[in-house]
Design a protein around this ligand. Structure first.
Ligand SMILES: CC(C)(COP(=O)(O)OP(=O)(O)OC[C@H]1O[C@@H](n2cnc3c(N)ncnc32)[C@H](O)[C@@H]1OP(=O)(O)O)[C@@H](O)C(=O)NCCC(=O)NCCS
Length: 219
């Protein structure tokens, strides 16, 4: 199991509805308020780095079998090598791999992750995510999804969706709570959760990504 967080999260936790995300776009951090009159717990949201392979694999191995099954839509004990490589190779533009981390006594621990793939042409983005078992039911998943929506909308994405197991009540309830609707999944055992992002930026993403690609060719 994931070692317990170094914070006192016991009886004083506020319901997650009171948790809120205040991501600072410059340093990509958010903190989740949860303890009445106590110090806030600070969680960082940051893009994955190529050096994160071991930390990410440890995180996945320490998820409960049920969480892993829900996250990877089947029984895996760890990230397959190809999947790990893909996660670490995210380019930060149309493929994003995000980590939620907690730092205590100078040691950073991964407590959540998300993958997002954006299609500029279709103005659509697909996501999947998980939160460490010890950190579930605290509002972190909801805050993470809110940030995924915000980032996608800022890149001009109009439709955000994810396929999840029909039996995954937690993810379905979380998504519904954030205004996602349910649609047909790509397989009968799956359901698609999808949301129209009303505040999508008008035409930023293609232009921005094309310019970056052009710059890379020139250099
Ligand atoms: C689904 C998951 C991401 C939720 O993360 P979380 O941090 O626990 O979610 P939150 O605390 O933000 O919960 C927000 C809301 O989601 C719903 N919810 C979350 N977990 C739930 C559960 N197990 N059962 C029912 N509803 C649940 C509730 O409506 C909750 O609001 P409430 O506390 O007022 O009832 C987390 O359980 C997880 O990582 N599961 C394993 C991986 C997975 O299923 N990934 C999804 C595949 S894409």
């Amino acid at each position: 199991m994931t070692p317990g967080p170094a914070y006192d999260l016991s009886a004083e936790l506020l319901p997650h509805a009171l948790a809120h995300s205040v991501l600072d776009p410059d340093d990509s951090k958010f903190h989740v308020l949860r303890a009445r009159g106590r110090a806030d717990v600070h969680l960082a949201l940051r893009p994955v780095r190529c050096s994160d392979g071991d930390a990410l694999q440890t995180y996945v191995r320490e998820l409960s079998p049920g969480s892993r099954y829900n996250r990877f839509l089947g029984g895996v004990s760890e990230l397959p090598a190809l999947e790990l490589a893909r996660t670490l190779a995210a380019n930060g533009r149309d493929t994003l791999s995000l980590l939620v981390t907690s730092t205590a006594k100078g040691r950073e621990t991964v407590v959540g992750e998300a993958r997002v793939a954006l299609s500029c042409a279709e103005r659509a983005g697909e996501f999947s995510m998980s939160i460490a078992d010890d950190w579930q039911h605290l509002g972190v998943g909801s805050a993470l999804l809110e940030e995924i929506e915000r980032k996608a909308a800022a890149d001009g994405i109009e439709l955000l969706f994810g396929d999840t197991l029909r039996t995954n009540e937690g993810m379905i309830a979380l998504a519904r709570g954030r205004g996602f609707r349910l649609g047909r999944g790509i397989e009968p055992r799956l359901v698609r959760i999808e949301k129209q992002l009303d505040d999508a930026a008008p035409d930023l993403p293609c232009r921005k990504w094309k310019e970056i690609a052009k710059g890379a060719e020139v250099n």
